[in-house]
Design a protein around this ligand. Structure first.
Ligand SMILES: [Zn+2]
Ligand SMILES: [Zn+2]
Length: 253
């Protein structure tokens, strides 16, 4: 199976390793690897900063990716969009009339096993899931997203638990939006997500898949135990794995 890790954060956003250090490890461990730094609170936001990011990643020999937040509109400079090998879109916050709900406290709690309270502003956990599905479906239709990042890692899990929270219709909708728009579904090493049932449905629906550790440090780098296990157990063929646009033909477009 391909040794691939397309979701890595560097010192250009909230990661601890510089692109060159990551590239060195990729070479020594024969990984095909790409950076997908945030461009939200951390990460490049100005033209100069995007240019600097792009130059550093290209010089390192890693794939040039970016992780955008589907929870808010992004305005990427066209010079970087042209050069990117892929864009990962994932939901990091949710905008309400009353303000924005950030998901980072949930991510942190899930990552480190610390307590977390479902944000009251989100209202009913199931209804908020539907609103998030509306958002994801709309953004996958309009935005240049190649990979749907950690699709099921959402605060509603805390209250409902994976299997209940992500009832079949919800999963089917998200998967359909990915398949119809030629967007690969990420299987995440850090989050061990999406869960098996979701992935089974995605296989059935004809989805493509991308493998990423979502590493922020040395320890998480290339931790793709869960994605590899899912690919093997579900018999996902090599031809259904996402290929960055840089060197080989892409999944779509
Ligand atoms: Zn993310
Ligand atoms: Zn990430």
């Amino acid at each position: 199976m391909r040794r691939q890790d397309l979701h890595i954060h560097s010192t250009f956003s909230d990661g601890r390793m510089a692109p060159d250090e990551i590239a060195d490890r990729a070479r020594s461990e024969s990984f095909s690897a790409g950076l997908a730094d945030h461009c939200l609170f951390y990460g490049p936001k100005t033209d100069e900063a995007f240019q600097e990011y792009m130059d550093a990643v290209k010089a390192s020999g890693l794939y040039l990716g970016l992780e955008i937040d589907l929870g808010r509109p992004v305005d990427l400079p066209s010079f970087i969009v042209r050069e990117l090998d892929y864009i990962i879109g994932s939901v990091h916050h949710f905008a309400l009339d009353t303000g924005q709900v950030l998901f980072s406290p949930y991510f942190k709690a899930r990552r480190f096993g610390t307590p977390y309270q479902f944000p009251k502003e989100l209202g009913d956990p199931r209804e908020s899931l539907n609103a998030i599905a509306d958002l994801v479906v709309a953004r996958l239709e309009t935005d240049p997203v190649d990979i749907l990042g950690h699709a099921t890692v959402l605060p509603s899990c805390v209250i409902l638990g994976d299997e209940q929270a992500f009832y079949r219709d919800w999963k089917a909708r998200i998967i359909r939006a990915a398949v119809d728009n030629g967007v690969a579904v990420e299987i995440s090493g850090l989050w061990k997500a999406p869960h098996r049932e979701f992935l089974e449905m995605a296989v059935e629906a004809g989805a493509h898949f991308a493998i990423g550790s979502d590493a922020h440090d040395e320890k998480g780098l290339f931790d793709i135990e869960y994605p590899v296990r899912m690919v093997e157990e579900l018999g996902i063929p090599e031809s259904r794995l996402f290929v960055p646009r840089g060197r080989e033909p892409r999944v779509r477009r």
